[in-house]
Design a protein around this ligand. Structure first.
Ligand code: DP6
Length: 369
């Protein structure tokens, strides 16, 4: 597939008005995306677990307008107008315009809400951008279906729909392209994963051991404040970063190493690889110029407690981090009772206001009728 394949033959915008709702989950990377080129092309491949509970629900209401000069849209979060979200959506519209020719023909009302608390430090860009991309592809699909008199159109099958949604979501926020489907999604071209591409997320195509089914992710909310450095700024600091090339190569190598681990269910090897990825991500931040630290003292307290508990109990508890202070505690479903007990008694004390979220692997976005 190339970018051009996402531009359909011309079709008229038949729908005058209406609305669509989609819910789309967040995801947590095991091998991290950190560093990007022009047009949201990742510097290295990544793989993530799609989450189940942490999601964004977006309703897109569209009305045809007279002039197609400018983009016209309003944004609401939990019923409140959010003008500060507009610049990001304006940039998104500019990036995706050539793939959705109708964008200037409609006025859009974008109403969105998250299942996780706002400003919990959980990235809502992955779920938010993917939910919006899905609503927009849905509008294209409906226009095209109507134009062709409801007959099935060869290239608007489910596969194409998901690929296009992921492709567009990527242009909103890189990691958002991994939120359309589940349960393990690869984004970024790498030789060891057949079908992988820089353009959109694809389902991990190989065998996955039972140990990794329903894997649990308890998210410890260490710091709910605004991050001092956004992911976008962090990605850009990988340009001219002294360790960048080694890091990008390491991500390819780690994806290759993960294959036999996922197939055999080797939890200890999985833990080593995933924790090393998390710490490498933060090491890249600390060795950027300017350098920065997103972990907080309690992030480190939690990591140390996890290591000690793992040593003492022999259970397969591990952690990963995204670009923030929160800790994602990962563990297999069959160890959930003991590990959750440990989390509640030992780790929750390090969370801001004792807040944490119990999540697990999910299977992707859903249309809401
Ligand atoms: C650390 O997808 O938020 O979570 O493409 O600039 O929107 P933009 O960045 P974003 O970066 C996420 C980085 C990460 C790792 C990952 O999810 O792979």
């Amino acid at each position: 597939m190339t970018e051009q394949d996402f531009i359909l033959l011309p079709y008229p915008n038949i729908l005058e008005e209406g609305n669509f709702s989609w819910e789309s989950p967040s995801n947590i990377a095991l091998v991290k995306y950190w560093g990007k080129k022009k047009d949201q092309i990742p510097e290295n491949p990544s793989i993530s677990f799609t989450l189940n509970e942490c999601k964004t629900i977006t309703t897109l209401t569209f009305t045809k307008k007279e002039s197609n000069k400018d983009f016209s849209f309003e944004v609401y979060l939990d019923g409140n107008k959010k003008d500060d979200f507009k610049p990001k959506i304006q940039t998104f519209f500019e990036r995706i315009e050539s793939y959705l020719p109708f964008l200037r023909d409609y006025h859009f009302k974008i109403e969105t809400k998250n299942t996780f608390p706002h400003s919990s430090g959980i990235a809502s860009s992955a779920s938010g951008m993917s939910a919006l991309a899905l609503c927009l592809v849905e509008l294209e699909k409906q226009n095209v279906y109507r134009f062709f008199n409801f007959q099935a159109i060869e290239n608007i099958d489910l596969n194409f729909f998901n690929q296009k949604a992921s492709f567009l979501a990527r242009l909103g926020s890189g990691s958002a392209c991994r939120s359309i489907e589940g349960d393990l999604i690869v984004w970024g071209k790498t030789d060891s994963i057949e079908g992988s591409t820089d353009l959109f997320g694809v389902k991990y195509p190989y065998k996955v051991h039972q140990n990794f089914k329903n894997y649990q992710d308890t998210i410890l909310l260490v710091d709910k404040g605004e991050k001092q450095v956004s992911s976008t700024v962090g990605h850009n600091l990988m340009h001219n970063h002294p360790y960048a090339q080694n890091r990008f190569q390491q991500a390819h190598n780690n994806l290759e190493k993960l294959k036999p681990i996922l197939e055999s269910g080797d939890l200890n090897a999985f833990i080593k690889l995933v924790e090393s990825e998390a710490l490498t991500l933060h090491a890249m931040m600390m060795t950027s110029m300017p350098y920065f630290i997103l972990m907080k003292p309690n992030t480190l307290e939690i990591i140390n407690k996890i290591w000690r508990f793992r040593q003492d109990s022999g259970l397969h508890i591990s952690f990963t981090l995204d670009a923030g202070a929160n800790v994602h505690v990962l563990y297999p479903e069959n160890e959930a009772t003991q590990i959750l007990e440990f989390i509640k008694s030992e780790l929750v004390a390090y969370c801001q206001n004792g807040h944490y979220i119990c999540d697990q692997i999910g299977f992707g976005a859903k249309k809401i009728d």
